[in-house]
Structure formats: C-alpha cells, structure tokens
Design a protein around this ligand. Structure first.
Ligand code: ADP
Ligand code: MG
Length: 701
C-alpha cells in the first residue's frame, strides 16, 4: 500500500515584508488609524475647478482642460516635447491656446498626448511674449464627463519614499476607520470650535470656496480645534508626570552645620555671586525633601554652574550618599573632574573617573569603588550610566549640558537606585540636577517642561569684560589673521573654530587640518594646536592641556570645544563659516572667551550669500551676548519644534500649535487639564493616548 502522503504541514504565515512606503510611514510615526487621521495637510491643490486659458495669470497655479491640437519633438537647442492645447470650453476656431513643454519625457507620453486627446493639466502658467505655457504640468487624459474633484486635494507632509498618492489613500482610509468620538465633556472646548470629527474631515477635504489662507495660516476654527486638542494632550501628560513624580520617593539629603558644603565654601578661592547663592539654596531645599528633585539649573556660559553642582554634591555626600556627574564629552568631563578633584579631594573625598576610554584594571577599580560606596563621587561621560556601573547609594545625579543627553539616558540614571526603598516601602530614585547653558524661554518652560523646576543663574561672576562680536565676510580673512598676530603678541590666546560638515566627517577633518597648516605657516613662530573629534581621548586631553597651560597660543578646533571648555586666558574666538552654525551653538562657542579679565573679541567669518535665517542668526550674535535674548531669538527663528534637540526631549509633540501665537488656546488647555484629570480621568487618559500614543512616556524623563 502506497504510503499516504503526509498532510501538508500548516505553513506559517509568510513573514510580512514591508514595502518602502509602509516603512516610510512608520518613520513618520503613522502607525495607527488615529495617527493617519491626525496627519494634516501642509497645503492644498485646487482641482475642483477649471480656469479658462485666456484667464491664466503668470506664476499662478491653475488647472485647465484642453484638446491637443498638435504635438511635436523640437530638436533645436535642448530636445523637448511640445504639446499645443486649445481650450476645451471655447469654440474651435477662436479659442485660447496653451503650450505644454516637457524637457524629460517618454515616447509613450507623446503617444498619449496625440492630437484630439482631451487633457486636464495642472501647473504654473508662464505668460510671455510667445503666449501661454506650462513646463512639466501634471497631465490626466479625460473625457467630457470626467468629474472635477469635489473637495480641495490635500498635500501631506511626506518623504522621498512615500508618494503623495499612496499617502492620500492611507490617510483617507485611516480617517474613515479612526475612532473620532468626542471625548471632552460638553462645554469644555472653547466656544466656536467644531467637534473633532467634523474638524478633521473638513481639514482633510475642505469644500471648494474655503478661503485658503485661513487653512494655510491655521486660523480657521477647524485648525483651532486641532491645536487646542494637541495642547490639551500635552498639558495632560505633563500634569500626569508631575503627579507621578510627587508619588515617588528619594533619599532625604540634608547637610548639617559644619558639613562638607560649608567646608567647600570656605575653601573656594572666590565668593559666590548672589545668583549662585540663591540657586544653591533652591537646590538644597529640594534635596532635603523625600521626593526626587527634577531641577534644571540654567545659566549662561561662564555663569559658574560647576561650583553649584559641586556644592550640591557636597550636600549629598555629607548626608552619606553618593553623587554621579555626567558630561557629554570626554574633554568636558575631564575638566569637571580636575576641578572637582581640586575642590573636594582636600576635604578627604574620593572621586572616581569613568569614561569609555578607561579600560582594564583601572576600569575595574573604578567600578568597585562606585559599587562599594568608597568613591563618594563618580565623574565621567555617558559611561557612568551603563548597566555595569553599580552604585552603593546614589543619592544625586548631575547632568551637565543636559540637552546633549537623550531621554533614555536620563531614565537610566533615575533607575540606578531601584533596590533601595523608603521607610514607607516605595522604591527610591536619586535626585536629578540638570544643567544647561541654553536657557529655555519662559513659554517653553511653562509647557514642555511643566514637570521641571527651573533655577536660573542670571548674573556673571564679577570682573568679566563683555565680549565684542564682529561679523566679517571671508574676503577679510587676512585682516583676521593680523588680529590674531596682534593678540598673540599681546600674550593672549586664540581659538579658531572650523565648521562641522555634516555630510562628511572626512571633509570636516581636512578643513581643520588644512586650516591648521595654513595658520601655522602664516603665524610663523607661534605654536598652533589642533583638536578634532577623530583624535583619541588621550591626544585630545594632551592638546587641551597644552592650550590650557599656554604652551600653544592658537588652537584650531572643530566643534569638539563647543561645550564647557574653560581657559580664561583665551580672549579671541574666530569662527569660520559661522553661517553654518546654529545660534545656540554660536553662543556656546563664543562663551569660550570672555572668561578672564582681558577684553574679549569674537569674530564671525561668513561666506556670502547668506540665507535669511543665516542673516538673522549673525545679526543676533552681533547685537547681544545675553543667553536669554539669544534663546528667545533662536525660538523665533527656528520655532519650538527644533528647540534644544527637541526630538529627544519629546518637545516635537507639538506639531500644530504655536506657543507664541496660540496663547489663548494654551491658556484654555492649561485650565482644562487639571479639571479633566480630576473629574474625567478616563477621558483624559484616552485623549492623551489619542494624541501621544507611546510618546507619552517620553515626557517623564
Ligand atoms: P559654566 O556655568 O559655563 O559651567 P563654569 O562653572 O565653568 O561656568 O565657571 C566659569 C569660571 O568662573 C570658572 O573658572 C569658575 O571657577 C569661575 N567662577 C565660578 N563662580 C565664580 C565666582 N562666584 N566668582 C569668580 N569666579 C567664579
Ligand atoms: Mg559648564
């Protein structure tokens, strides 16, 4: 008997391979139906009506319908396809005509547009001496009965892998399927704004005749409704995070009289400014509470944040806990390390040093010292938060230049104390102090950072002379080099910053190396150092040490010196291709000078022509050295979405609302959020989920 063939094994479903557009949609965060429904058009195309050819106006986008009179390939000059249309709505003999010009085309296109074919074309008209024409219009073959669009055609934010047509279909489907039920209780939405569902359908498919500018400038009530929704979601998640934090526990860190921080104060070579005293006090009060501190210390470059961090560390250590201090770069971490060693080791503290380049036995020794609690303070880069690093009792974590760190890293720090519990049995988290020289404008602080307490050092230590900023075109490079010569002869030190070429680190490097060779040649007899990102940490440290000690007078560097480097004798800063830098970055770089008693100068060299934003950035730099004013202008130039590495901080959650312009909606959302959370907790949760999806987590870090 022949063996029966075994029953076919149930085939596992083939692995779903995602198409390029699907992947592109995911990248844009378009995962759920609601995400698609909330993906709103950037602008619209009007395919609802036809413009008679005779009424076409120069430069205006329009849709016309016509019959092909003739089509030919012209060979003179550049090979091109010319198709002549006569207006379909006019009598054959006297009608207006329009020439379509295609510089790239397929033979099939010529065939498709043969004489007698009726075409609907959309494009921008040029009206010139030889008549009307459109270059590369969008063309559709139609007949007399092909209907016009009933609504404006949306144009969505897309990407290269994601064709509009595909996205339009996906959005329409998402919009149809999404649950758009009204979640907000009656009377809670500002008056005059439509229900969400209505607003969304309207914005995706506005009927013909809607004044386009009210859609484009987002002033239409439908847009207002969307902005309100968005602001509310954001306020809700902030409030939620704030409440969750209040329920967390942290060790109570109080330093008694005669404690370490008092000893440190007594030993410092200077007295604190009034502003420093104030923020130290604010931090001490937080540390003495049983809830984890979540405080941002902001102060302009050179305002003296490091010593404030050291004092906070001294309080924590005095209370019997450990402190970790992280900086974004090895150079900066090392500088902190040296300063802290200088201040704290004489008081009998042990400080561990931990970065990626600490290896082998030295690393093990550091890890042991942190885990046993022998090291009261651990200073380093992001290496400090790796899983392997265990602390005996981490009471306080300090993050310098916090915007350089990601949310995940901040979360990791908060979880370093998990095994410890408070008296009431809750897990403990360390206190968190974040420092930044890029101040957050007030409007942003109020909204994005509602769950963050802010301390501000608004005063520079005495004896600083203001920095004068000059803006030159690159034609005056030689004058700048003369200035350097004079400064060096005068005993000053100089930074020369080469721009970062984002596409290629190699070019970046070559620029810096070439500039270094050039300056070395032009400034014969002067020691010129070179510092760039590709150097080993050891080499970087050596170059920095030579500059700090004055062995080199000029330091050519890429932006590796951007953050926190402190060499008070440096008084001239030259930034080449300043137009390529962001405003906050320029301000940071400029902050490397003006740290000593010498009057300092910052020279910004640019290569014309300047873009509008480039112009406003350089203008801002020339007009003010106040970090807050710079931040305000930066916000104005870039908008909040891009602010402070926004993507990492969750700040880009606001896609539609504008904090500067939508203050009334913001106010209404701020008022509604606590009511909703208290009285309609479920609606609040669903509203936040609708808008933020999984991003809500991010707001907590
Ligand atoms: P930043 O806020 O940019 O991190 P730093 O902490 O590096 O600034 O301080 C800049 C310089 O000012 C350092 O050399 C620091 O020792 C010094 N400094 C800090 N506070 C004072 C003060 N109250 N008086 C004089 N110098 C100070
Ligand atoms: Mg600093």
């Amino acid at each position: 008997m022949p063996e029966a063939a075994p029953p076919p094994a149930a085939k596992p479903a083939p692995p779903k391979t995602k198409s390029a557009p699907q992947k592109a949609m995911e990248k844009l965060g378009l995962l759920r139906d609601i995400d698609l429904a909330l993906h709103l058009p950037l602008r619209y195309e009007d395919e609802t009506r036809l413009t008679p050819m005779a009424q076409l106006r120069e430069g205006e986008p329009a849709q016309v319908e016509g019959v092909v009179v003739d089509s030919q390939i012209e060979l003179r000059g550049r090979r091109q396809l010319l198709v002549r249309l006569r207006d379909a709505g006019e009598p054959e003999r006297h009608g207006a005509t329009l020439l379509l010009r295609f510089l790239n085309f397929y033979p099939s296109q010529q065939k498709q547009m043969s004489a007698g074919t009726r075409l609907r074309v959309r494009g921008e008209a040029r009206v010139g001496f030889f008549g009307r024409e459109m270059v590369h219009p969008v063309v559709k073959v139609v007949d007399e009965h092909t209907p016009l669009a009933q609504a404006l055609t949306p144009v969505y934010p897309a990407s290269a892998q994601l064709p509009q047509a595909y996205l339009r279909k996906a959005v329409a489907a998402g919009l149809a399927r999404a649950d758009l039920r009204e979640l907000l209780p009656g009377g809670s939405v500002p008056r005059g704004l439509p229900p969400l569902k209505e607003a969304l359908h309207f914005l995706h498919h506005p009927p013909p005749g809607v004044p386009l500018h009210t859609l484009e400038n987002h002033s239409h009530p439908a847009w207002q409704r969307l902005k309100f929704e968005e602001l509310l979601a954001q306020q809700l998640s902030q409030l939620q995070a704030q409440r969750e934090r209040a329920a967390l526990r942290a060790p109570v860190l109080k330093a008694g009289p005669g404690g370490l921080h008092e000893q440190l104060l007594a030993a410092l070579p200077f007295t604190l400014t009034g502003a420093q005293q104030r923020v130290v006090e604010e931090i001490a009060q937080d540390l003495a509470r049983a809830q984890p501190m979540h405080r941002l210390l902001q102060g302009d470059v050179g305002s003296g944040k490091t010593v404030v961090a050291a004092l906070a560390a001294a309080v924590a250590i005095s209370a019997g806990w450990q402190c970790a201090l992280m900086a974004p770069t090895e150079i900066l971490a090392e500088q902190h390390f040296r300063k802290l060693v200088g201040w704290l080791e004489p008081l009998g503290l042990k400080i561990a040093w931990l970065t990626g380049s600490v290896k082998g036995k030295a690393r093990q020794a550091m890890l042991d010292a942190a885990a046993s609690g022998e090291a009261q303070l651990v200073v380093g880069t992001h290496a400090v938060i790796e899983d392997k690093v265990q602390f005996a009792k981490l009471g306080l974590a300090v993050i310098d230049e916090q915007h350089r760190f990601g949310v995940a890293q901040r979360l990791a720090l908060r979880h370093k104390l998990r095994e410890h519990h408070s008296g009431d049995g809750l897990p403990l988290e360390p206190h968190l102090l974040m420092m930044s020289a890029t101040p957050i404008p007030r409007t942003l602080a109020m909204t994005y950072y509602a769950d963050l307490d802010v301390s501000t050092i608004d005063e520079l230590p005495p004896g600083r002379t203001p920095i004068v900023t000059k803006v030159f075109t690159d034609a005056r490079r030689d004058d700048v080099i003369d200035k350097i010569r004079m400064a060096v002869a005068d005993g000053a030190q100089v930074y020369w910053v080469c721009p970062l070429v984002e596409e290629s680190e190699a070019i970046d490097l070559r620029n810096a190396t070439e500039t270094h060779a050039e300056l070395s040649a032009e400034l014969a007899g002067t020691a010129v150092g070179l510092l760039h990102g590709r150097m080993s940490p050891g080499d970087k440290a050596a170059v920095m040490a030579q500059f700090s000690s004055g062995q080199t007078s000029v330091l050519v560097a890429t932006t590796v010196i951007e953050v926190g480097v402190d060499v008070p004798n440096a008084s001239l800063m030259v930034i080449e291709h300043a137009e390529r830098f962001g405003l906050a970055q320029l301000h940071q770089l400029r902050g490397r000078v003006g740290r000593g008693a010498k009057a300092s100068v910052c020279v910004l060299i640019y290569t014309p022509p300047l873009s509008e934003t480039g112009k406003s950035r350089l203008k801002a730099m020339a007009e003010t050295t106040d970090g807050f004013e710079i931040a305000r202008r930066d916000l104005e130039i870039r908008g909040p979405g891009e602010f402070m590495g926004a993507r990492q901080s969750g700040a880009d959650l606001l896609r539609f609302a504008d904090l500067q312009a939508d203050t009334e909606l913001l106010q209404a959302a701020r008022e509604l959020a606590p009511q909703l959370l208290d009285q309609h907790a479920d609606a609040a949760r669903r509203h936040a989920a609708r808008w933020l999806g999984t991003k809500a987590e991010f707001l907590k870090a």
